[in-house]
Design a binder for this molecule. Structure first.
Ligand code: SF4
Length: 111
């Protein structure tokens, strides 16, 4: 579904049927403890970009709302990724852990 910021995100849910206006982020809602979502979070959230770059079925995303030091007044979504196949934290969710989709040899750096 399209977020209030205009990007596609599978975690966004909006119910506008018959005059309803219910919106939620199911990524933040599923967090432990559940995080409070606001439409403004979607504007800076990295999740739509991650989902566009990497659709690996084994990667699980979790998110929480933080206030980074550089913008203490603006809340942002911080995303953590975990691969259920390789059982490891994925440091670059846009790229993945590299087990299922290794880069072709042309991209390998030879010494
Ligand atoms: S906050 Fe991020 S994960 Fe949640 S609906 Fe918005 S874009 Fe998607």
């Amino acid at each position: 579904m399209r977020t209030p910021a205009g990007s596609e995100c599978k975690f966004f849910y909006g119910d506008y049927f018959r005059g309803r206006h219910h919106e939620e982020c199911r990524l933040l809602k599923a967090s432990i403890p559940p995080q409070t979502w606001a439409p403004s979070l979607c504007a800076t959230c990295p999740v739509p970009r991650i989902l566009q770059a990497n659709s690996c079925e084994y990667m699980r995303l979790t998110g929480r709302v933080v206030r980074p030091l550089i913008s203490a007044f603006q809340r942002r979504v911080q995303v953590m990724a975990y691969c259920e196949k390789s059982n490891q934290v994925v440091n670059q969710p846009e790229v993945g852990c590299g087990q299922c989709h290794p880069l072709p040899p042309i991209f390998e750096v030879r010494e």
